[in-house]
Design a protein around this ligand. Structure first.
Ligand code: NAD
Length: 334
């Protein structure tokens, strides 16, 4: 199939080309994201392949339909950036990669926790300047702390196991609790109860209307003073202004974010020579107890291989008129 791949970085091209040796699609790579300007490249194209920060709203879907695009292949798990309803109205199918390495995201969460806690990023810089002082580097034992996990699906479940392995008590909130995790000693609680007891809180749920700004002023007020908050899921789960207030008041003692609500204009770009106009992210960067990574939790070689294989496999299923194992369908309304 003719596939236009948007938001291509060198590593995307490398892994997709390697995987395509067994699929044989005709891949056209574009560095730009899919926008009103770049949609012109989808003429005579059957399928488009996009990533987390390509925003595909109803207007863009109209244009894709006019160009006779039949398939949107997301090379990511989340699909909040695509108007699924509008795609269905035009008969455009949407497929995604539901799981490629939940371990990668769970492990990155642990990396963020340990970096924020033990300040290894600061120690690294200090030692390079021949500063061997320990002042300001004190951390806490993670062993024995209570960790609150919001969302215990694929990534959340693995993360629960990782933290239990470190000797933490793990509590969780999920509208669909897992019996398996309960049997492993994970205690499900309501959100207010979780906020009250957790020393470390992490978001492992999808961004859907019910979870939009789930962390807001009200939620932060209920948390323990000095709590560590880690978000590796989607930026829209957090009201960033409330976060800044929480950091200033000291309720949030540590913050690790791999995702940011306005990330599409910032993440995956080298802006070192540019005046960044987003004052919120610039304010967050100034806090010494904030660690920001650029939506990289997924980024391991295993995950990249799995993403490429599943994405091209999804396209092949569509080409062969097979049932689509990873189709995203609109939610049926009553
Ligand atoms: P999953 O679908 O396996 O699990 C999501 C869990 O969230 C489910 O158990 C679901 O019941 C639960 N949930 C739904 N609504 C909820 C609510 N209102 N409150 C609490 N929990 C709720 O998904 P996953 O593979 O574990 O991924 C989780 C999220 O991680 C994805 O939605 C995606 O946004 C994000 N993600 C980020 C990266 C990254 O690189 N940073 C990579 C992959 C996935």
């Amino acid at each position: 199939m003719e596939v236009a791949i948007f938001s291509t970085k060198p590593y995307d091209k490398q892994f997709l080309q390697e995987a395509n040796q067994k699929f044989g699609h005709k891949l056209h790579f574009f560095e730009d994201s899919l926008t009103d300007e770049t949609v012109v490249f989808t003429q005579h194209i059957d399928a488009i392949c996009v990533f987390v920060n390509d925003r595909i709203g109803a207007d863009l879907i109209d244009k894709l339909a006019k160009n006779d695009v039949k398939l949107i292949a997301l090379r990511c798990a989340g699909f909040n950036n695509v108007d699924i309803e509008a795609a269905a109205q035009h008969g455009i199918k949407v497929v995604r990669v539901p799981a490629y390495s939940p371990y990668a995201v769970a492990e990155h969460t642990l990396a963020m926790i340990l970096t924020l806690n033990r300040k290894t990023h600061r120690a690294f810089n200090r030692v390079r300047e021949s500063n061997f002082s320990l002042n300001g580097l004190i951390g806490f034992d993670v062993h024995g702390k209570t960790v609150g996990v919001i969302g215990t699906g694929r990534i959340g479940a693995i993360f629960c196991n990782v933290m239990q392995g470190l000797g933490c008590k793990v509590v969780a909130y999920d509208p669909y609790p897992s019996e398996e995790l309960k049997n492993q000693g994970i205690e499900y609680k309501s959100l207010p109860e979780l906020y009250k007891v957790a020393d470390i809180i992490t978001l492992k749920c999808p961004l859907v209307p019910e979870t939009y700004h789930i962390i807001n002023d009200e939620a932060i007020k209920q948390m323990k003073k000095g709590v560590m908050l880690i978000n590796t899921s989607r930026g829209g789960l957090i009201d960033t202004e409330a976060l800044v207030k929480g950091l200033k008041s000291g309720i949030i003692g540590y913050l690790g974010i791999d995702v940011y609500e306005q990330e599409e204009d910032i993440f995956y770009k080298d802006l070192s020579d540019v005046i960044i106009k987003d004052d919120l992210i610039m304010r967050l960067i100034t806090f010494p107890n904030v660690l920001i990574t650029s939506h990289q939790a997924f980024f391991t070689d295993t995950a990249m291989r799995n993403i490429s294989d599943t994405t091209l496999g999804n396209i092949t299923q569509f080409e062969n008129n097979e049932s689509l194992s990873n189709e995203v369908k609109p939610v049926k309304k009553n």
